[in-house]
Design a protein around this ligand. Structure first.
Ligand code: PBG
Length: 324
């Protein structure tokens, strides 16, 4: 019988010691708040499956943008919910469309005090709900979609977005959009590639948040949850095409992917704690089954620990309050 020589507990004995040796810290500057803005409403509308998250009116969006600046968050990612949808998502590149209007107004309010990001995808704008345009057989047409993305990118850059988040998972989208932006003189517009985006059940509540009309699934363009190597290929291609940032999405069920991408990427790696991850915590907390704040902070810390430098999270504005 011998007592231990090594005593790891020694460094855990007080809050001060634990704080001293913490390897990972959450900081508001690493967090990005995703927000939804809906055309034609004057009061924010609750989203049933995402308690505490709303579809913003233009006015309430501008208020939240000011809060993002006041709390020192890294950025705000804007998703538009248009009133009218059509087959090609015309609202997406219309300068008067809800998303481009929101980008312009938010940029006016925040200037360069936080990073204004645009979701660059067609699914919120198409009546069929897919992330691209369809061919005559009803399949998503990759190359025709690239032309739509380029038009969208120009409209978003013109509106003042600092960062475009390409979330559609079309082949060649980063290179195609980069070329279009550069040709128009938008050489400083940053491209965030949703490099490794999985066809995930955890986007469920998001579909309600953007009034999605999708029937079916996105498995012909988003990745199979079974695959890791494929993510490394997507990251390699996006980096070669000029991605400035790469993202893994969802986050918590894919921490191995976050880690693997962080090991090979020479640009910052982001991760998106998606709507279903948020809803899981909220639902369990509402039952009193887990502690909301602790669970949220633990999940976010784990995402950072796995190697994500920036985290998109619906908790972004809660975190500064929790940490103080
Ligand atoms: C596509 C997009 C989606 C999400 C972000 N961008 C939905 C999808 O791919 O089906 C999901 C985000 C979330 O669930 O919080 N525009």
């Amino acid at each position: 019988m011998s007592f231990p020589v090594e005593r790891p507990r020694r460094l855990r004995q007080s809050p001060a010691l634990r704080r001293l040796v913490a390897e990972t810290r959450l900081h508001p500057a690493d967090l990005i708040l995703p927000v939804f803005v809906r055309e034609g409403i004057h009061q924010p509308q609750p989203i049933g499956s995402m308690p505490g998250v709303v579809q913003h009116s233009m006015d309430s969006l501008l208020d939240v943008a000011r809060e993002v600046v006041a709390e020192g968050l890294g950025g705000i990612m804007i998703f538009g919910v248009p009133r009218d949808k059509d087959a090609v998502g015309s609202g997406a590149d219309d300068p008067d469309g809800i998303l481009n209007q929101a980008l312009a107004q938010v940029r006016d309010v925040v200037g360069d005090d936080t990073v204004v990001m645009a979701d660059l995808c067609l699914d919120e704008f198409t009546d069929h709900g897919h992330c691209g345009v369809l061919d005559d057989r009803g399949a998503v047409d990759n190359d025709a979609t690239l032309e739509r993305y380029a038009a969208m990118a120009l409209a978003q850059a013109d509106a003042g977005a600092h960062v475009l988040g390409l979330s559609g998972m079309m082949d060649g989208q980063i290179g195609y959009v980069r070329e279009a932006l550069d040709a128009a003189g938008h050489v400083d517009t940053v491209l965030l590639a949703y490099a490794a985006k999985y066809a995930s059940a955890f986007y469920g509540p998001f579909r309600e948040a953007v009034d999605s009309s999708l029937v079916g699934d996105r498995k012909t363009y988003q990745q199979d949850p079974a695959n890791l190597t494929e993510s490394l290929r997507e990251v390699r291609l996006d980096l070669a095409e000029g991605a400035d940032l790469v993202m893994v999405k969802p986050a918590l069920p894919y921490l191995d992917v976050v880690r693997a991408v962080a090991e090979v990427s020479d640009v910052p790696v982001s991760a998106y704690q998606v709507s279903g991850e948020y809803a899981q915590i909220e639902a369990a907390a509402a039952h009193g089954w887990i502690e909301r704040e602790r669970a949220a902070l633990e999940a976010l810390t784990s995402i950072r620990r796995a190697g994500a430098q920036q985290v998109l999270t619906y908790y972004a504005l809660d975190v500064p309050r929790w940490l103080s």
